[in-house]
Design a protein around this ligand. Structure first.
Ligand code: SAH
Length: 351
């Protein structure tokens, strides 16, 4: 094995940090051998904290109506062929009840930036979930909002917020988003969420257009400094109705390599093996777990809308990706030595 790369992995494990140049070098020169070594370290670190437990989250996609026009995203506002929907509070409650019975103790409400969901409406939904089920965590993933809004939702009972930074390089950010969207605002939102007291998740797509090993190194440095509680990364997958329709998808290989690095940077981080990873490879989720991930987020949206929340082509929402097929997921995890637990799955802060 290349000794220089091996030493970088050991340094990362000991110091939880590398320089930008070192991250870039590690990514640039990776081999399958070093990836295996890195993954074994990442799994060791993860098991010391979480043993072989896998946390599950029920993902409820509440609306695909969005005021934004992100160049990569299938539900961007200028996609006229997108069949738009939003689900009601009662439908959300039905999803939560069904999920609770299936053993879910975290619910993620995700959606486009749909102005229908005012603070008042969201606070009411959050309160209702918390009132009926006192032992669950509510995660929101509803894009950029004001600090006051985030505070109100937190006070209503929301525990966590997922807002991928998408890229830590401002120039790159501009190539993925229209001019009216601001990198600075996105980062400010993340800081606001943290200040308010949420468990916060950032993240990015792997293999997005114009991404380089340099921009990836910056993403890793950002994660190192920001210290999020969760990091969502998954391969970029093109969507036919976007201007990136003909771009190549990200790879399982690089996604897994980065999952391992992120686990070593931040040993206790909650790290999902994402739907996008399961979409481009039928054993993608397992590969993600074996690289250091410890969370999966099966789809709990009403069946009638599942296909409509199409962020990218052929997005998986059936089989082990469906909350209703938890048994199948359990079997798959068991086969690789892991166990799905009935638990809120909070970050272990003591580590
Ligand atoms: N409106 C919310 C939720 C966005 S969807 C928000 O702004 O946070 C959740 C994530 O899906 C996005 O953050 C993005 O990283 C990812 N995503 C969008 N389009 C994608 C694509 N074509 N391929 C892979 N991931 C994609």
């Amino acid at each position: 094995m290349n000794n220089e790369l091996k030493q970088l992995v050991c340094k990362l494990q000991e110091e939880l940090s590398l320089s930008l140049a070192e991250y870039e070098y590690l990514i640039e020169n990776r081999t399958s051998e070093i990836a295996e070594y890195l993954a074994s370290k990442a799994v060791e670190v993860k098991k010391n904290i979480y043993s072989n437990a896998i946390y599950i989250r029920g993902l409820i996609e509440i609306s695909n109506i969005c005021k934004n026009d992100c160049f990569y995203c299938g539900i961007r506002r200028s996609n006229k062929n997108c069949d738009r929907y939003r689900i009601t509070k009662e439908e959300i409650m039905e999803c939560v009840r069904e999920g609770y019975n299936l053993g879910f103790r975290t619910f993620v409400l995700q959606g486009g930036e749909d102005s229908y969901y005012t603070d008042e409406i969201l606070c009411d939904i959050i309160c209702c979930i918390k009132k009926e089920f006192s032992d669950v965590a509510v995660t929101l993933s509803l894009g950029e909002r004001s600090k006051e809004s985030y505070k109100k939702l937190f006070d209503a009972g929301a525990d966590r917020y997922l807002l991928r930074h998408e890229t830590a390089n401002e120039e790159h950010y501009k190539k993925l988003h229209p001019e009216e969207m601001s990198f600075k605002n996105r980062i400010e939102c993340l800081h606001n969420l943290k200040e308010i007291g949420y468990q916060v998740g950032c993240g990015f797509m792997v293999g997005s257009p114009y991404q380089t090993n340099k921009t990836l190194a910056k993403d890793l440095k950002f994660i190192e400094k920001f210290k999020p509680d969760m990091v969502g990364i998954g391969p970029f997958v093109p969507h036919k109705a976007t201007k990136f329709a003909n771009e190549g998808a990200g790879t399982v290989e690089l996604t897994c390599f980065l999952l391992s690095i992120i686990r070593l940077i931040h040993p206790s981080v909650l790290l999902p093996a994402t739907t996008a990873l399961g979409t481009i490879d039928s054993s993608g989720r397992e590969k993600g777990i074996l690289a250091g991930a410890n969370v999966v987020m099966p789809n709990l949206s009403p069946i009638s809308v599942r296909k409509k929340y199409e962020l990218y082509d052929n997005k998986l929402c059936t089989d082990a990706e469906s909350a209703q097929n938890k048994k199948e997921l359990e079997e798959k995890m068991k086969k690789i030595g892991y166990e799905i637990v009935v638990d809120r799955g909070d970050i272990r802060k003591e580590f």
